[in-house]
Design a protein around this ligand. Structure first.
Ligand code: SF4
Length: 259
């Protein structure tokens, strides 16, 4: 054994990993960055404030412009392995300093490992068993804009191009139920509705142990739907979106409002 490996002080060990996202703005971009960090690691991120004002960028001194989280121990090692994988396990020499620190950036957080399934189609039978999207026995089905499965954890994202005024996370819950059924190894899912034009993000978390409770939330609306189907009576249910409805013969119909 060499002199170098015998000396405990010379043994390489990982002190901590600091994950940082700078957005240069407070408000919704910062909230999106917070959600993005939440997809990667557990824990509570902190806001980073601007050290000085940047007039050209419209940034005030002290304004929150970034998000960071510090990890130690096993969590730090797990995260570092994933981050290095996203870099193809290659770090440039200039990323290291003389104090034993290494810093590198990742362009897109979805570059972080995990199997990615864009536009992933899933369907379930009436007995809530997985089936093909086009199966004649399908009872519920949906297309997930982006699904990332990483061991027992998955991330589901649904991109929205419309308004974020009435976000409806029910479809995320349904998608999560389908993911749990199609991917038996997944125990926890983070789901997000991403309103791309509004720069906002709605985040939800689902656990396999709560699947029955989640299905229970669809019971009433499903019963109502079944009843309407059997009796062919379709009761009007006004929502804030009636202004966008094409059934102008309905009592609840109103001309579309401009926002
Ligand atoms: S206007 Fe359309 S959406 Fe609103 S209650 Fe009537 S049918 Fe339903």
């Amino acid at each position: 054994m060499s002199q170098q490996t015998q000396n405990i002080m010379k043994k390489i060990s990982l002190g901590k990993v600091i994950l940082n996202i700078g957005v240069g703005k407070s408000g919704e971009p910062l909230e999106i960055a917070k959600a993005a960090i939440g997809q990667i690691v557990e824990g509570k991120p902190n806001k980073r404030n601007a050290k000085e004002a940047q007039r050209d960028w419209g940034v005030r001194k002290g304004e929150p412009i970034g998000i960071m989280i510090t990890l130690r121990g096993k969590d730090a090692t797990t995260l570092l392995k994933k981050l290095l994988e996203a870099k193809g396990n290659q770090i440039k020499e200039k990323s290291f300093d003389n104090e034993g620190n290494v810093s590198f950036g990742i362009l897109e957080h979805i570059d972080i490992p995990g199997i990615k399934y864009p536009e992933h189609e899933m369907a379930l039978t009436y007995d809530k068993l997985p089936c093909d999207f086009g199966s004649e026995h399908r009872w519920v089905r949906g297309i997930c804009d982006l699904l990332i499965v990483d061991g027992d954890y998955a991330f589901v994202v649904d991109y929205k191009t419309g308004s974020n005024k009435y976000p409806d996370p029910k479809q995320l819950r349904l998608m999560a139920l389908m993911v749990f059924t199609h991917f038996p190894e997944v125990n926890k899912i983070k789901g997000g509705l991403m309103f791309v034009l509004k720069n906002s993000f709605l985040m939800e978390e689902y656990h396999r142990k709560d699947m029955d409770k989640s299905w229970g939330m669809f019971e009433q609306p499903l019963k109502r739907l079944e009843n309407s189907y059997e009796t062919d009576v379709w009761e009007a249910k006004p929502t804030p979106l009636c202004g966008w409805c094409s059934v102008d013969s309905c009592d609840h119909w109103k001309p579309r409002r401009r926002y």
